[in-house]
Ligand binder design. Sequence first.
Ligand code: OOG
Ligand code: NI
Length: 468
Amino acid sequence: MPSFLSPDAIRDRFSRAMSAMYQAEVPQYGTLLELVETVNRETLEGDPELAARLEAHDDLARLGVERHGAIRVGTAAELAGLRRLFAVMGMQPVGYYDLAAAGVPVHSTAFRPVDDAALARNPFRVFTSLLRLELIEDTQLRERAADILASRQIFTPEALALIERHEAQGGLSEEDAERFVAAALETFRWHREATVDWPTYCALHDQHRLIADVVCFRGPHINHLTPRTLDIDAVQRRMPQAGIAPKAVIEGPPRRACPILLRQTSFKALEEEIRFADRQQGSHSARFGEIEQRGMALTPAGRERYDRLLATARERSQGLDNAAHQQVLDDVFTAFPDDAAQLRRHGLAYFDYRLTPAGEAVREATESGERADLAVVDLATVDLEAAIARGWVSAQPITYEDFLPVSAAGIFQSNLGDARSDGYAGHANRDDFEQALGAEVIDELALYARREAASRQRVMHALGLDAQ
Ligand code: OOG
Ligand code: NI
């Protein structure tokens, strides 16, 4: 058996290489990283408890590692190729996001690691959007765009060869993995030269800037990377002082004692010099930087409540600045419990159950058949809630590892610079997306539910309560 480098290690190397490339290409992203680092450091200094918690989870060392990036592709073949490329790094398509309803002619998934150990090692995800050419009304332009896309190859021959080798062997050696990372990086590089002439660019751009961004270049340049911040409100506030122009508002839920889902904000895409195929000089803007702060994953019931409250808040906060927008969110979200025990009892969020030291003692007593110490307890009446109340079991919220379509649309819109935000007529079409991808997307909610159920079953079994 040849020895392979683990997919987690390949993903870790790849995300670091991507970060280095992006910092070199987009200096303002480096400035954002510095600001995030400063705010993270100050937050930890002011909150030793948080620092201890991160340290205990081995999270401090990885705090500076990017959490996600994003790309956009134009054809089914490109999307399917990316699925194979990301599989080398243990990243699978999770979730389906329809953004057409929010005025962005794409649908998307996130390639990400799935199991806990892989997420803990390096959670790097790539939010990947497929352009929906069928939503371009002008037939001639639609066909022209399809022709241009059909003639490009976004993967290098070496990347393709190594993907095939990975599929044939079930892994890559250290040396091949190193070559793979370098070759894969080429797909996501920025090109200062467009593949089309200026009039073609303008025609596509007039339809939608996103269409020009996807169609007019050699490949799906990485359009942003996203580190983790411990205080997104502080970074948003301090961006202007650092010479960075933030988008108008932080997307997602408000700040909470028990953070839920995902909060995100970004700086606006920069105008960059481009040389067109007819030697015309011009510019294009696509690339920006983003930050994220994650909270707990919500159950379908919790998510439904979140979506409803968010819609209410958005209606009331049209046109407001971030401070006022956050105030509206705060007010509206008072209807959403902000206490871990309540969130659990109401079935609004997912939890990971573990035995406490007291629970371990019960387990040992159970295993050795000495339950005398428990004689006072009628075990038949002890369910999970009672085991938690007795201090035998702890419930840790499960972190949300995915994305939010309304937030994603907000990030897109603020970087497209278009006033247009009316929805496209087309319906969400998950089947088409999966057809293009060549696989089904994994249901993110099923992943959380499975993890919660497994942890529940483990503790109940350990306590000898699973026979009930
Ligand atoms: C993707 C925007 C969505 C997120 O974090 O929600 C996104 C894009 O602009 O291509 O990255
Ligand atoms: Ni993003």
